[in-house]
Design a protein around this ligand. Structure first.
Ligand SMILES: [Zn+2]
Length: 259
């Protein structure tokens, strides 16, 4: 993921900034948020992109309504991920049919359709449970020998019933049941950043509720497509999964500071 910050060097602020990246997965359109005249976008880079140069184009409208176009390329470097095969029963694999996954995707996209236009978090994000990570972000998975795709988050091992806490402050935008991820909570942290807490045994927050970093949101479980109690935890920009580790190490707001 990377950020783009555009501001006017004149006294009057810019009127609008829009942008697009050609060919990069899921981000044809770049969403800018106006932070007191600094137009800021956090742009996710999906693991499904092929390495190479991608062209971007930004359209900047100044206070006189004149349009300026800035274009260039952004390079995506090669990265390799570990691989893993899961042996799952037929009743389990039914939960990840294309149709069931599409149903889930629609509900998640709906929940993420109105991101808070400012940062609700402060400081680094925290691991929502303490346990060891059993499957890393980006692991390329197959299910019963058939390719399934990249692992969208971290699997963290904890027994059923352990408290799961909010990774950062935000607003609950989803608390319900999905086919693949079972009892699922999604928190909007602002500027398009979201975390999700999956396969929960219990959920203790409701949609619309604001939560603080470290506040309990649910309990570890094994609901949905799961082999046993663990927390599947994701961090996304919009709907694109990103690697959580950098967000634990440093405040993602550092990305939003010009340097
Ligand atoms: Zn997982």
């Amino acid at each position: 993921m990377f950020s783009i910050i555009i501001r006017s060097t004149l006294k009057k602020p810019l009127a609008q900034v829009t942008g697009k990246v050609t060919g990069m997965y899921g981000i044809d359109k770049i969403t800018f948020f106006d932070l007191d005249g600094r137009f800021t976008a956090v742009v996710p880079v999906s693991y499904s992109n092929k390495p190479g140069d991608y062209s971007y184009e930004l359209r900047i409208v100044d206070f006189r309504k004149r349009e300026h176009v800035v274009s260039g390329t952004v390079a995506v470097e090669k990265r390799t991920f570990p691989t893993e095969n899961l042996e799952m029963s037929a009743s389990q694999t039914d939960l990840i049919s294309d149709q069931k996954l599409n149903e889930d995707d629609k509900k998640v996209a709906q929940a993420k359709s109105d991101p808070t236009p400012r940062a609700l978090w402060q400081g680094p994000f925290v691991k929502p449970v303490e346990g060891p990570v059993s499957t890393e972000f980006g692991t390329i998975r197959s299910v019963n020998g058939s390719p399934f795709g990249w692992h969208s988050g971290l699997d963290i091992e904890e027994p059923q019933g352990e408290a799961v806490v909010a990774s950062a402050a935000g607003r609950v935008v989803f608390a319900g049941v999905l086919n693949a991820t079972g009892n699922t909570i999604i928190i909007d942290h602002g500027l398009g950043l979201y975390t999700s807490y999956n396969h929960l045994f219990k959920m203790v927050v409701k949609v619309g509720q604001t939560v603080a970093r470290g506040e309990k949101v649910g309990e570890v479980g094994s609901t949905g497509f799961s082999t046993g109690p663990h927390l599947h935890f994701t961090m996304t920009v919009g709907t694109i999964p990103t690697n959580p580790w950098p967000w634990f190490a440093a405040d993602p707001a550092e990305l939003l500071t010009p340097h």
